[in-house]
Design a protein around this ligand. Structure first.
Ligand code: GAL
Length: 425
């Protein structure tokens, strides 16, 4: 089994991202008082098709159980938290934390907010709610530091998924590529037929980083990929260079307007059959389903090239910030989020599988069932683009280097930038 929480040792608090420039704190903060209705502010970046539906379904379960609590949905748009994280930094630094906020398990939680002493341990909560044996140990490890649990996982997303338009593939008699060679053959056929082979939306650089990490995983294999994050494999290793060359070649097959699109706009190209394939986490499934498409009929999926038997794990989690004055209200929400009912309301809409081991499998379609099976049997790996593999300082540097790489495709220069950034690991 591959270690997910690969990075450790860096005890220093790492400011995740620059604070947002134009953030004005709200005049009033939610508070638990006797004469005012208690309120709960849930901070996330779930505003798009699928993800918003999932969040609203979860809030709905909470509202039914706690009509006395007013829920404020404080979502900030921008995939993978592009804008939300900056707003969060401003709020946390300004002593105005939301009641609870979305944060990825792994380095993003542990090396920033936990290391900075901003989160309350939840071990007592896990004991009281009898949750300790309800989550896979790998997930508990991702949300723990020094034996303390700091957040509650609501889901497991898979990062290394290749989505494709089923009708386009059927018309051209194509099969989902399983290797890089097959990928390029399929891509050439698509190109000859006037269809953009690969949709990319890297208006926010993380989308390209997401594609790159899937190529690293496929070319290196799970064990070597894992070593990148522990410092046991250097970024100027020949294999990393080869993977970067494969990635550069893939970029020859993307839509021309990739830098003007975000991840949803890229998924839309596949949904509409203008492009045939897209590499994205399975929140893209939430997007496709949210648009009324059906897996197996309208769209298909496969592990990204060469990554069969491997599963890049991304877990969205929510915790309890220290400086809030409504911790009991937040715990009521975390209890719903941790429950089978809450997870089974959220995840089928979100495209993810439940973090709990005892959720109702029948609530999930063929994709969800396959992902649950794969999670149990595959080699697991952490995601760089989604904050579990490495600290935010490193992720930001890679994203910055990526912006230049996508246009210049200078492999040597990119590798130099990765090596320099790795000083932060
Ligand atoms: C990821 C997050 C997913 C999804 C995606 C796109 O970082 O874990 O839940 O929201 O970003 O925004």
């Amino acid at each position: 089994m591959i270690v997910l929480a690969a990075c450790g040792g860096d005890e220093a608090a790492n400011d995740p991202v620059e604070p947002a420039e134009n953030y004005d704190p709200p005049a009033e903060k939610p508070a638990d008082t006797e004469d005012e209705k208690a309120s709960l502010e849930i901070f996330s970046w779930w505003t798009g098709a699928g993800e918003e539906e999932g969040l609203l379904a979860l809030i709905d379960v909470f509202n039914q159980k706690h009509p006395e609590i007013e829920v404020i949905n404080a979502a900030v748009a921008g995939g993978a938290g592009t804008n939300a994280k900056a707003v969060l930094v401003s709020r946390m630094q300004g002593g105005d934390p939301p009641s609870t906020f979305q944060v990825h398990g792994g380095a993003e939680l542990n090396e920033s907010w936990v290391a900075a002493g901003k989160m309350t341990p939840l071990n007592d909560f896990f004991d009281a709610e009898k949750l300790n044996d309800k989550f896979p140990q790998e997930l508990i490890d991702l949300v723990s530091k020094d034996g303390q649990i700091y957040s509650v996982p609501v889901n497991i997303h898979r990062g290394n998924v290749l989505w494709y338009n089923q009708k386009v593939f059927d018309e051209l008699n194509l099969k989902a590529p399983t290797t890089f060679d097959e990928f390029f053959k399929v891509a050439d056929t698509l190109k000859e037929n006037g269809i953009t082979p690969l949709a990319l939306g890297d208006k926010e650089a993380w989308s390209a980083t997401h594609l790159y990490e899937s190529v690293l995983l496929g070319h290196l294999g799970a064990a070597e990929y894992g070593k990148l994050w522990t410092g046991d494999l250097a970024f100027d290793d020949a294999k990393v260079k080869e993977a970067t060359e494969i990635f550069a070649k893939m970029l020859e097959y993307v839509n021309e307007d990739h830098s003007a699109r975000n991840w949803q706009d890229a998924a839309q190209l596949v949904a509409d059959g203008e492009a045939a394939m897209n590499v994205m986490g399975d929140w893209a499934k939430g997007y496709f389903d949210g648009r009324g498409l059906k897996v197996g009929t309208d769209y298909g999926w496969a592990p990204t090239p060469n990554s069969g038997g491997m599963f890049v794990v991304i877990t969205d989690t929510f915790g309890l910030p220290n400086e809030i004055d409504n911790p009991e209200t937040v715990k009521e929400f975390l209890a719903v989020l941790a429950s089978v009912e809450g997870q089974d309301a959220f995840n089928p809409k979100k495209g993810s599988i439940p973090a709990r081991v005892d959720a109702d499998v029948e609530k999930y379609d063929e994709y969800g069932k396959a992902a649950m099976e794969d999670f149990k049997t595959n080699d697991l790996g952490p995601s760089l683009a989604h904050g579990s593999a490495a600290n935010e300082g490193f992720v930001t540097k890679v994203n910055d280097a990526m912006v230049m790489f996508v246009t210049q495709k200078n492999v040597d220069h990119f590798i130099e930038q990765l090596v320099a950034a790795a000083q932060e690991l």
